[in-house]
Design a protein around this ligand. Sequence first.
Ligand code: PAF
Length: 273
Amino acid sequence: MKWIRTVRALRAALDPLRSRGIGFVPTMGALHRGHTALFDLARRECGVVVASIFVNPKQFNDPSDLAAYPRTEAEDGELAAAHGVDVLFVPPPDEVYPSGFATQVTVGGVALGYEGAFRPGHFDGVATVCVKLFGMVQPARAYFGQKDAQQVAVIRQVVRDLNLPLDIRVGPTVRDDDGLALSSRNVRLSADERRRALAIPRALAAGLRAFREGRDPAAAAREVLAAAGLEFEYADVADFAGEPTLVVAVRAGATRLIDNVPLRDPQAAGLQV
Ligand code: PAF
């Protein structure tokens, strides 16, 4: 696996390989099995696999969240290599946002509400960095996790609206044995917070059962979260490109966790119901 830190070196490495089909997995590092499942999927589907690690300052509306974001570059490199990544692109901030950088992608539609409402500017930051990374890597396919369902919907909208020449592929949510969706933020949970956070997959499962029985999925989910004493920012059924998706955002202590289940495609959420 090649480590690359500049756009010039990335282009030089990838230009001769383009005809093999480049699969790209953008990440912010602190890699876990959710990421490695995307590397594996890209490995099966593409001739060349590129991953990036870049903790994108533009998508953090809370400076303390950015400062606390885990950074584990050496371990990340080992995991990426073990899962078939050919090129690991790890640019420093000024390679992505050099001095004088003054462009931003602003997304409406599906970016409004939910994460868009609770994290102002977040999706503009995600869209801006993804458009830049797509321009740098020029992949045929880019891979994202279902865990960030609204992010997937936003990226699809950007790709469609800007006629970007790549396919977006989505890997199912990966969960720990206790049902908690894997997230780089889980390491910040105390044992007690983690135990309480297990109400999240239970709430999604209750919502899914309600949907199947013709009851209100959001009300069923809220009931489970409230009974566990979990403070939630939202627990609602979102419409992501016609797909009804039960989405929740919860605070466990200082840590904010999101999760979801597409009600007509629950396997994508990795839930055992
Ligand atoms: O999902 C993430 O890790 C980030 O939002 C992404 C897509 C790598 C953009 O910074």
